[in-house]
Design a binder for this molecule. Structure first.
Ligand code: ZN
Length: 245
């Protein structure tokens, strides 16, 4: 699925070290002539994902010479000010529950708005004109800053505020988790699926002691449940017809 002549546009991928952003990074590497990455330390409980970032970048570059040639610098920013604004189950050791608003208490208000704004500032200084994020409206936790309209409005605001066009790409917006596994297969075959399965981190509770069919995690937090269900659905969908009962 690698495009032989990549777009001359230059991208900055919001890269956390999780399944979605790793798939987005492979997607960007197959499209753009130059791809840099940016990550944020916001005091997340699942800090294991930050440790996954460097090995993932290295392994992706080893996967295809084109990708190695296009992969540029990595940037890691301190966004722990988000934690100072208040507790959430994403940053503090409290049980994951639904709030009266209907949103889970893993919601960190304005997290993605801040991340895209900081990424836009970095992109401006680095001469990059596409921001890529792994937000999805199809299979998500109800976070309003993952919605397509939020991202589209932000694209307009950032482009106006910087006085230069900035494109916000969200290749997973209309994919469910099973589709995201399939996208990884299309972009990098079984090797990329295996990289995503074993080397990315999703679990909110930071567990990496048990390797399940779908990867490491506690198997019970909302992030693990989504990832496990998507993997099982993808496996069921991709099974050859002759194997089906
Ligand atoms: Zn978990």
């Amino acid at each position: 699925m690698t495009i032989p002549t990549p777009s001359p546009r230059r991208a900055l991928v919001l890269f956390s070290g999780g399944q979605d952003s790793t798939t987005c990074l492979a997607w960007a590497l197959s499209r753009y002539g130059r791809v840099e990455t940016i990550g944020f330390d916001y005091g997340q409980r699942h800090s294991a994902e930050l440790a996954c970032r460097a090995p993932l970048r290295r392994r992706l570059a080893e996967m295809k010479p084109d990708w190695a040639a296009r992969l540029g610098e990595d940037h890691l920013l301190d966004a722990r000010v988000l934690r100072e604004l208040g507790a959430s189950a994403m940053t503090d050791d409290i049980a994951i529950t639904l709030q009266a608003s209907g949103l889970p208490n893993t919601f960190v208000p304005a997290r993605n708005l801040l991340f895209f704004t900081l990424a836009a500032a970095q992109a401006y200084r680095r001469g990059l004109d596409v921001l890529v994020g792994g937000m999805s409206q199809t299979d998500y936790s109800g976070y309003p800053d993952c919605r397509d309209n939020t991202i589209k409005a932000l694209q307009v605001a950032l482009s106006l505020g910087l006085d230069q066009p900035l494109t916000l790409e969200t290749p997973l917006m209309w994919l469910d988790k099973a589709d995201t596994w399939e996208l990884a297969r299309q972009l990098g075959g079984a090797a990329l699926v295996e990289l995503v399965r074993v080397e990315t981190h999703t679990c909110y509770l930071n567990r990496r002691d048990v390797l399940h069919a779908w990867g490491y995690g506690c198997g019970e937090c909302p992030a693990c449940v989504l990832r496990a269900r998507g993997y099982a659905q993808w496996k069921a969908r991709s099974r050859p017809h002759s194997d089906r009962p």
